[in-house]
Design a binder for this molecule. Sequence first.
Ligand SMILES: [Zn+2]
Length: 361
Amino acid sequence: MRGLYGWGKNIVRNYGWTNVIKKLMNKETKYVYNLGVKFERSDVTIYNPSQLSDSHLLEYSNLSDGLHLKEAIKNILIPRVVGTPNHGIVRQYIVQSLRDLDWHVELDNFHDTAPILGNLHFSNIIATLNPQAERFLVLACHYDSKYMPGDKEFVGATDSAVPCAMLLNLAKVLQEKLKPFQNSKLSLMLLFFDGEEAFHQWGPTDSIYGARHLAKRWHKEGKLDRIDMLVLLDLLGAPDPAFFSFFSNTEQWYMRLVDLETRVSKQHLFERYVNSGVVQHDPSRYFQPQALRNSQVEDDHIPFLRRNVPVLHLIPMPFPSVWHTTDDNENVIDYATTNNLALVIRLFTLEYLLGGGTKEA
Ligand SMILES: [Zn+2]
């Protein structure tokens, strides 16, 4: 694949997993040790996360609602190509779900021209607990599904119905716990990007339509500085995901995910927490305590990253084997893994917000 930033989403398919790791891991020279693990030094930003107490960890874990998560997935799991009626149905479902939970929701509407389908109307969905907040932790995913030529039905379970459902589920189960953040200086934003997928061939003008538009708009409006960190969820829901720390300036936050996973596991709060054997990694870990630099996986974070917004990219490496095939459907969803990941992300969100997301330049 060709693209502005070198390696694109085809990285795994074209090069194979071990070669990718070897190629990407041999460039770093400076390291720090965190939780006994060797990491590249973080030079840009130092975060001071504060840990959730054991009792809070237990209390917040018990809020899980797997049935709601499943229901949310079901509502999004239809072909939803930009410009089709289904796309509008899913958009309305997301908007209404969040409004029902007392979120402030606005649409960032715009037009752009895409190959094959021509002029299209796109809408990013921006949901905030407190639109007046000075700073935001942003959790993001994309809600469009990939256009497939012919009559192939592509519903994009991992790409990205499950991530979208996770964010709606987070809003639902944390509704009470998030109330204080309707008036706080640091608050939470959920961002559902439109038009992540390419219509013809992935490239600078045919991909991430929504993210490109929004990053540019907020840059002009001076709003990007209000984003503490953009946490982008993509390709989630399949068994045995392995995540890595992609960026040094958010590595301390990535390590909070590593730490939370360990703590939840120790308290036996995960569902069926074993490796299914589909992909061989550390058998009891989603968040690998390793850095993976310069991978340059192209996704919705790129226009923000290029404008210096700190990014935490939660995308498994390698991608699920069903990626961009019609097999990326309900059959690939591992609900235990999905619930477990949703839990870690929820705890992370609370830890960030309750800890004030202290940031020192
Ligand atoms: Zn995709």
